[in-house]
Design a protein around this ligand. Sequence first.
Ligand code: 5GP
Ligand code: MN
Length: 337
Amino acid sequence: MTEIQIETAKMLLTSSKKIVILPHRNPDGDAMGSTLALYHFLKKLNHQPILISPNEFPDFLAWMPGSETVLIYEKDKVGTKAVLEQAELIFTLDFNALHRTGEMEHDLTTLKAPFIMIDHHQAPDSYAEVTFSDTTYGSTCEMVYDFIADLNGLELIDKTIATCLYAGIVTDSGSFKFPKTTGKTHRTVAHLIDLGIDNSEIHNLLFNNNSFESLQLLGKALQNMKLLKAQKTAYITLTQEELDRYHFKKGDTEGIVNYGLSIKDIIFAAIFIENKEEGIIKISLRSIGDFDVNQLAREHFHGGGHINAAGGKSLVSMKETISNFEQIVKNNPNLKF
Ligand code: 5GP
Ligand code: MN
């Protein structure tokens, strides 16, 4: 953070406050890890933090310390709105545009309390008093670690906070393999491990949680994969009927999109997941190298994200979505080889 940002953040945190912490809708490991780490840290500073998630977080993150205290906006809109209205300070983590909270956006825009944003996505909106936004970071958790350091709070990081931070860094770095993983990432993680976290068990909790059905769903997804070889592109579809057949639960499709990229020479992978209830096709996009999926998600699929990982949605049928997608890919000048 800049000197001014540090001073402003310190000033906002001088007296004990009611603080709301928000992750984005459909929170992932980094969103839950960063918000929970901050929650525990602010408690240690004698604040009264409350974490509100726009909707349910996936079961495979329910082991994270503090997750049992999380309020879910979609389950109690009136109650959580009252909490928001009482808040004296609001942190938004792992997102940078209020519409990423879904329906909650409307309630947020009417609030008077100042916001602090900590986020690593591109093109932040300007709603916050402190905008700690930096796309060079591989995870928001690594930013929260630096935020705590800037507030001279490193000695306050205990095993609980370290566990949350580690989980988010592992998730968003693809277990330390994505390009934004730096020496500094590893030095941060080394400190967290030195604080006594059970790093091996955290990997177990995050990744060895498949059900028989979720593996069968993965099998179906891989069978559905299509290649556009000339464009070095692979994509997967999952219809609502297929999801239902394998008793889909939130989190079951996490990471499936990456299988496309594991094919030799493929540099662009996508997954299209039908959600009949919301009337959308949820899209995840991944790339290797310079191909910018954030731009593609913004231009064509009401979304955004990072250069190599982005998401969005389509409001038309799966068939039409795929037909559009194939055209977009075939016409994209950056996918001509
Ligand atoms: P995922 O594909 O795992 O859902 O998301 C990949 C990245 O894109 C994440 O960093 C996520 O925050 C971002 N992202 C996913 N969906 C959306 C969306 O609908 N809108 C925007 N702006 N970003 C998204
Ligand atoms: Mn993140």
